[in-house]
Design a protein around this ligand. Structure first.
Ligand SMILES: [Zn+2]
Length: 412
């Protein structure tokens, strides 16, 4: 900033006019639109001729680009890095909190520069409450990153999670353990008190290596956690891959279900009826299958991919609302577009559908009224992509410009 007194300028925040080929407003594509940003908010969006541009406005021309609302990653783990680099067990057991936090800081930067200005991070996986501190550092502008929605440690049923080493050893777990209604409520409240924006429950998991997933928490335990979270104004995400885990979560009133691999048509109909959103995380299934040696397009599809196809088909038939989130962290941060690419190339969604999911869709599901759309009064979280992402999902990789809250983080 310049020193005071040099210019007798008003204290009015500076304005930036963004002129692009097209604007995707979160729902539709518009030609001939421009976006005026004043301070940290969108001051106007519409046909250029209809926008009154204040004097001293800086203009940025993006003539070959589409401006979209900053994208919202729906499922990430900033404190994890790809499992083909280091296994989950080794990350949780052997990597220090300082090392993991340093990594997470870089992951956050890459995510922002990839066009994701908000991220729901669904568990530090053994890194305690470090997500709360990282969020604070981002919010204060100390390090670059998306606006974070954090769940802190996440909650697992006692004995159900990992790492599992010798039965003689009680090793620190990848999430906070709880058992029984009273304890689940206590742990949910403890996490909320320490900064959790959402509560994340693992309602099913494999109890031992090589076993299939089975329900962990009872319906009563899940319902008690949901009530405690909702009373505190927090939403709830359930990790659920089994039909029974999903059914209990829906009846208990969770807000989103993550993964849902074994969801049946009946379960998805119940989900639709109760207004629970589905975050299918197809990218993590793709990544893990490839880490195990599967070659997509060459080898026959592994069972977990076949299940994913069936569950997505059933969810679409039931009219369930989809959240967009890839379980980033299992694969590289900054590679967030992978989920959307797979949804288009492998699961039959249109580029427009996935772009809506990643913007206005996730904003609605996550109750973020101030973002996900390009309209007056929204926070100025804006991204420019070379080409037209509503017809070409490949455009998601061609990020030319990133603004968060009126601050430019990337520019041509
Ligand atoms: Zn996850």
């Amino acid at each position: 900033m310049t020193s005071s007194g040099v210019q007798a300028k008003s204290d009015a925040p500076a304005s930036i006019l963004l002129r692009s080929a097209t604007v995707f407003d979160g729902q539709q594509l518009h030609t001939g639109w421009a976006v005026l940003v004043t301070g940290d908010k969108i001051a106007a969006a519409g046909p250029l001729a209809e926008i009154s541009v204040p004097a001293d406005t800086r203009t940025i021309d993006l003539p070959n680009d589409t401006i979209i609302p900053g994208m919202i990653e729906g499922h990430s783990h900033l404190f994890l890095h790809p499992y083909n680099e280091t296994s989950w067990n080794d990350q949780v057991t052997n990597e220090s909190l300082a090392f993991r936090t340093a990594r997470a800081t870089e992951h956050a930067r890459r995510t922002l520069l990839a066009g994701f200005t908000t991220e729901r991070d669904l568990g530090t996986e053994g890194a305690g409450y470090a997500d709360v501190g990282l969020k604070q550092a981002i919010d204060q502008g100390i390090v670059p990153g998306p606006r974070l929605i954090v769940v802190t440690r996440a909650i697992v049923a006692k004995g159900s999670y990992g790492p599992k080493l010798s039965s003689d050893l009680d090793v620190p777990q990848g999430a906070q353990e709880a058992s029984g209604v009273e304890e689940v409520v206590r742990v949910a409240r403890e996490q909320i008190g320490k900064g959790a924006d959402w509560v994340k429950l693992y309602v099913d998991y494999r109890w031992g290596a090589g076993e299939p997933s089975r329900p962990t928490f009872s319906l009563e335990e899940i319902a008690a956690a949901v009530k405690a979270a909702h009373d505190a104004g927090r939403l709830v995400a359930a990790h659920a891959t089994t039909a029974e885990g999903m059914r209990r979560s829906i009846l208990a009133g969770v807000d989103t279900i993550e993964h849902g691999d074994e969801g049946t048509p009946e379960v998805f109909q119940l989900m639709k009826k109760h207004g629970v959103a589905f975050c299918p995380t197809v990218a993590v299934s793709d990544a893990i299958s490839q880490y195990r040696g599967w070659k997509r397009g060459i080898d026959p599809e592994p069972e977990r991919i076949q299940k994913k196809r069936a569950s997505i088909k059933a969810a679409r038939a039931a009219g369930v609302t989809f959240a967009m989130g890839g379980d980033v962290g299992v694969f590289a941060h900054g590679d967030n577009a992978r989920e959307m690419e797979l949804l288009v190339h492998e699961y039959g969604f249109t580029p427009l559908e996935v772009l809506r999911q990643a913007t206005s869709g996730n904003a609605a599901i996550f109750h973020l009224a101030d973002r996900g759309k390009v309209q007056i009064g929204e926070v100025a979280d804006l991204v420019a992509l070379r080409g037209d992402p509503t017809t070409d999902v490949g455009a998601l990789r061609r990020v030319t410009f990133v603004m968060k809250g009126g601050t430019i983080f990337r520019q041509p």
